[in-house]
Design a protein around this ligand. Structure first.
Ligand SMILES: Cc1ncc(COP(=O)(O)O)c(C=O)c1O
Length: 404
């Protein structure tokens, strides 16, 4: 008789987004004449850029012609894309990353969820609190996290690293020793960025203690300040201790098109085993690659025209970030993020809980955000708004909040 992976039964329900959906549905039913402005989820609203669309059309035409048709892609992704990534995202920033250390995928979510397969079942993970939930949940499914305490919201075997106002939402080195450290900068949900010297401390710590860092840089394109690293490989020694995950979702608007990549350097070895070779083996066995036409669209992001169009797209969202950030600040809110990130992390006013503020904002302003407590206990008392809406909606949301 078959048995299931009972680790799945340990997962608490997707309380956050299902509760939000229910509350929004109830509000809509009770207020059919009112429009809702959604600044909750991290999905983009602007269409794909011209260079991307042109590349897609061209690649579709190639697929229609026997002479240029492509079937299965190479396991790691097409060389034209991997070489372009190595050149533009790494070598141009002084990072020594080769094309054969880059693994093209259909997005950062899958990679950040799957990467834990490379590590021993009894590895201890350390995560920031609050955190993008995929890192924890994928380890729950793999049986690494112990038991869940619904009272505290913590897993018994996970090391939590609080990200608070006091530490500027950049976690301090953990008190207990982890094996695997998940870091995400610029951060979802807090919008915090890490300075190069701070990230170097993490790399030094990992090297000294034999830890591996999974570095999620999905929001790299939003970095606007000079001393904020775009890649962990800007830090000395990172090739020996870090894996980096990137996405085309937030810079180029590929949330529906799907493209990302993971860097596993050849210097990352454990007991003589190459993690790069292990990840290559995994790709070869479990993955058949991002579509050719999408990889061509990804390549188009790196032409001069493509880079300019991405700057424009990111600039569009960052205008929203400024509108929301500065607007809330002038209304007296305590606001973080929004400078190197499309996320605005605000402190709920008058000691309201994250959910109380959610209800208040929905009921009184028809604006939907995300309660910070949904990302972890240290998110309590905070609220996330995204800059991924339209200019019109971002401005309208702010006006509604000002009118409260
Ligand atoms: C931190 C972080 N990593 C990864 C992702 C997922 O990216 P992708 O669309 O490439 O799967 C998200 C999406 O919201 C994210 O916030």
């Amino acid at each position: 008789m078959y048995r299931i992976n009972t680790n799945y039964q340990k997962l608490p329900g997707s309380y956050l987004f299902s509760t939000i959906a229910k509350k929004v549905a109830a509000y809509t039913e009770a207020n059919p004449d009112k429009t809702i402005i959604r600044l909750g989820i991290g999905d983009v609203t602007q269409p794909l850029t011209d260079p991307v669309i042109k590349a897609l059309h061209k690649a579709v035409d190639e697929m229609a012609d026997g002479a240029t048709f492509r079937g299965y892609a190479p396991d790691l992704g097409y060389a034209f894309l991997r070489e372009t990534i190595a050149e533009n995202d790494f070598k141009a920033r002084g990072c020594n990353i080769e094309a054969d250390e880059i693994f093209v995928s259909d997005g950062a979510k899958c990679d950040s969820g799957n990467i834990q397969e490379l590590f021993a079942a009894d590895s201890r993970i350390a995560v920031c609190d609050p955190v993008y939930p995929v890192y924890v949940d994928s380890n729950v499914m793999a049986g690494r996290t112990g038991s869940y305490d619904p009272e505290t919201g913590y897993w018994s075997d996970v090391i939590y690293m609080p990200c608070t106002e006091e530490n500027g939402f950049v976690a301090s080195l953990p008190n207990e020793m982890p094996d695997i450290i998940y870091l995400c900068f610029p951060n979802n949900p807090t919008g915090a960025a890490i300075k190069k010297a701070q990230l170097q401390e993490w790399v030094d710590y990992a090297l000294k203690n034999g830890c591996v860092i999974i570095y999620d840089a999905a929001y790299e394109a939003y970095i606007s300040e000079a001393d904020v690293p775009h890649s962990i490989y800007e830090c000395e020694g990172a090739r020996e201790c870090a894996i980096e995950i990137r996405s085309f979702s937030k810079n180029a608007g590929f949330t529906g098109l799907r493209l990302g990549y993971t860097v596993v350097p050849k210097d990352l070895t454990c007991g003589g085993a190459s993690l790069r070779d292990m990840w290559a083996r995994r790709h070869g066995t479990k993955y058949n690659g991002a579509p050719y036409i999408v990889q061509r669209a990804g390549e188009a992001c790196y032409t001069e025209e493509g880079k300019a169009s991405i700057r424009e797209l990111v600039g569009y969202y960052m205008e929203n970030a400024k509108t929301i950030h500065d607007g809330l600040k002038s209304l007296g809110y305590t606001v973080y993020g929004g400078v190197n990130s499309p996320y605005i992390w605000l402190k709920t006013p008058d000691g309201m809980s994250s959910w109380e503020f959610f209800d208040y904002l929905l009921d009184k302003a028809g604006v939907v955000g995300t309660p910070g407590s949904g990302f972890g206990p240290n998110g309590e008392g905070f609220f996330r708004l995204t800059a991924f809406g339209t200019h019109e909606n971002s401005e309208a949301a702010l006006k509604r909040i000002a009118d409260l």
